[in-house]
Design a protein around this ligand. Structure first.
Ligand code: CFM
Length: 544
């Protein structure tokens, strides 16, 4: 029934309708970030505005730079003591709020993820400076936990008053004899958490990667970059890779440890899962150590099979290629049985995905497998390359906000660089259809006329829901209940609600079941959306 409505909506009209509610200047800005998708034969798509400041007053889904650094990148590492230098709220709200899991091999191994370390900055520290307090906190953490490493995260006031966290880190490193490093990841450092990813990754690359040259005794060694083990995704990926005989030296940063980062330059291939948060690390590792990188995706059963085949093709080993095929053959029947069953009830339904900087793309694969079309999607904080593909990177203009984030100058390491493949080998692999250093982005894979919205506001979300009435909407906790009140099931794709894993083969089965349960539950029919209860209810903006 609602299908007709979806097909008759003119996205151009809808965009005009949304923009008409904004003041002219805001409308101009938003019009660049709301794009009607078109894909030509070469896979070219329209330009989208992305990675720009949110207009003050619009209710955004975004987080801050500190969140991206401390929570996203460093959050899943279990044996580094992460101290938040700042008011207690910043530490508290980034304490176990992301469902990244970790599994120390034994109870004796360090696991600090369950702790919240903070300097608990007070007014007097803002006035007189907080460096002394920070030093005392580092000392105290060391005395109690004796960790391998301690890292320090700057919150907004730290930058405003000018505490030098790096000087404190240097001094304490010298004094304690362990690795201590700081991050200038004040919340305001960038336009979103994306800046924090970059700051964290630069820090790990400068302070940790390359410090342990032990070569793992394994035949096929890879790093998994941009996989954060949300809901146990990383465990499922490790299970599958393990079955294939592929060894993971380091995951950045799901279920990771300090030693794995330190050792990661010994891997022979970097595989990039979340392009947004980590693509620059892959580039830096290639330049400094000679490790090529490929984009892979373990979200979706077909995507998982494809990722495994890509890795096997890179190593050019017949036994590995055969083993990967055997694993796919063994794993797929259970997935296909579930998929066929669920598809009976989900085929033809529609979804909208507004998540982070990567999942709004990856999850379209899983939905497609059970016959669900994505009719509108967008990211909170992705850059143009995540939408349009890496080919637009040279065109992206650096603005003042991007310049704020340090770009490391990387050179070949005189001792540790070893090209894993010669140029000729890479070329012949490319000729055989393998792609290196490439990501085509989300938009080329989306249908024409779908609405792509960057950094959507709450008002835009509500308008989309009202007009399109999708069968399911995916975003985060801030959006969840407002959306469900309008009678539309809402799946959290950040935390997975309480579910997961959704990666790999077993994850696909979990996801199909979950979406089937949510979409086909009777409960939604009993809910009345505000516009159904009071269709004439309207309001005017002050400037109208
Ligand atoms: Fe990468 Fe992520 Fe994402 Fe991200 Fe995130 Fe996340 Fe995400 Mo939430 S690193 S960009 S900053 S895939 S926490 S595990 S779900 S917004 S789409």
């Amino acid at each position: 029934m609602s299908c007709d409505a979806k097909n008759t909506i003119d996205p151009t009209e809808l965009k005009r309708e949304i923009l008409s509610k904004y003041p002219a200047k805001v409308a101009r800005k938003r019009s660049k970030q709301i794009v009607i998708n078109q894909v030509d034969d070469e896979g070219n798509v329209p330009e989208i505005g992305a990675n720009v400041r949110t207009v003050p007053g619009l209710i955004t889904q975004r987080g801050c730079s500190y969140a991206g650094c401390k929570g996203v990148i460093m959050g899943p590492t279990r044996d580094i003591v992460n101290i938040t230098h700042g008011p207690i709220g910043c530490g508290f709200y980034s304490w176990l709020t992301r469902r990244n899991q970790t599994k120390p091999p034994t109870d004796a191994d360090d696991n600090f993820i369950t702790y919240c370390f903070s300097t608990d900055m007070q007014d007097k520290d803002i006035v007189f400076g907080g460096e002394k307090k920070l030093k005392a906190a580092v000392q105290e953490a060391y005395d109690i936990f004796k960790p391998k490493a301690i890292s320090i995260f700057s919150t907004c006031p730290v930058g405003l008053i000018g505490d030098d966290v790096h000087a404190v880190a240097r001094e304490m490193k010298e004094k304690l004899g362990i690795n201590v490093f700081g991050f200038s990841c004040e919340g305001y450092r960038g336009v979103s958490q994306s800046a924090g990813h970059h700051i964290a990754n630069n820090g790990i690359f400068s302070h940790v990667v390359g410090r342990d040259d032990t070569i793992m005794d394994a035949e096929f060694k890879i790093n998994l970059l941009g996989e954060y083990n949300i809901g146990g995704d990383g465990f499922e990926i490790d299970r599958i890779l393990g079955r294939c005989g592929i060894s993971v030296v380091s995951t950045f940063s799901g279920n990771s440890t300090y030693d794995q980062f330190a050792n990661s330059h010994t891997a022979d291939l970097n595989t990039v899962m979340c392009h947004r948060s980590i693509n620059y690390v892959a580039d830096m590792m290639e330049e400094k150590y000679g490790i090529p990188w490929i984009k892979i995706n373990f979200i979706g059963a077909a995507a998982t099979a494809k990722a495994l085949r890509k890795i096997a093709a890179y190593f050019e080993d017949e036994a590995l290629i055969a083993r990967v095929e055997a694993v796919i053959q063994e794993e797929m029947p259970a997935v296909e049985t579930k998929c066929l069953d669920v598809k009976k009830r989900c085929d033809g339904k529609t979804a909208m995905l507004f998540v982070g900087g990567s999942r709004a793309h990856h999850y379209q694969e899983l939905f497609r497998e059970i016959g669900i079309r994505t009719i509108s999607a967008g990211y909170e904080f992705a850059h143009r390359d995540d939408y349009e593909g890496r080919k637009v990177i040279p065109e992206i203009k650096l603005d003042a906000d991007s310049r704020n984030i340090e770009e490391l100058t990387i050179e070949q390491d005189p001792d540790k660089y070893a090209a894993r493949k010669t140029d000729e080998q890479i070329q012949s692999l490319e000729a055989a259809g393998n792609q290196f250093k490439d990501y085509k982005g989300m938009m080329p894979e989306m249908e024409k006329e779908t609405l792509i919205i960057d950094d959507p506001s709450q008002f835009e979300t509500e308008t989309l829901l009202e007009m399109y009435k999708p069968d399911i909407y995916c975003a985060g906790i801030k959006e969840k209940y407002a959306i469900q009140k309008s009678g539309i099931p809402m799946k959290q794709l950040h935390s997975y609600d309480s579910g997961g894993p959704y990666a790999g083969f077993k994850g696909a089965v979990n996801f199909y079941e979950e979406i089937d349960r949510m979409i086909n539950a009777n409960i939604w029919a009993y809910l009345e959306a505000p516009w159904q209860a009071a269709p004439e209810l309207s309001a005017k903006y002050a400037w109208e």
